[in-house]
Design a protein around this ligand. Structure first.
Ligand SMILES: [Zn+2]
Ligand SMILES: [Zn+2]
Length: 109
């Protein structure tokens, strides 16, 4: 009975280690990819994805409508399409939520 208990305890120990490894893996992965990015000279802004999230709408493609909105006409057009009330398509990224990475577009000819 003692042996059984011991192996059970060992099993729990291995399980806990695996569990910890599973939790830690994504963090380690992110850390490695971040440092790889630097060492490989990849774009710091987009990581060579060539696109960055729009800073105005934060990648959503819609911004809250307001008195300073430049897209009130678009809002009228899109209104029937059914975006959330009180929002208007982002006119910086054309409601795509993404922009071409300025860093990368400079490198391309
Ligand atoms: Zn935008
Ligand atoms: Zn870039």
């Amino acid at each position: 009975m003692d042996n059984l208990t011991a192996s059970e305890a060992a099993g729990y120990g291995v399980g806990a280690l695996l569990f910890l490894a599973t939790i830690a893996a994504p963090k380690i992965d992110a850390f490695i990819s971040a440092s790889q990015r630097r060492s490989l000279g990849m774009c710091r802004q987009c990581g060579d994805l060539k696109v960055i999230a729009c800073s105005r709408c934060r990648g959503v493609g819609l911004v809250k409508g307001g008195p300073f909105s430049m897209a009130s006409d678009l809002y009228q057009t899109f209104r029937e399409g059914g975006p959330k009330l009180g929002t208007t398509p982002c006119n910086v990224c054309n409601a795509k939520g993404r922009l071409r990475c300025p860093n990368c577009s400079q490198q391309q000819t």
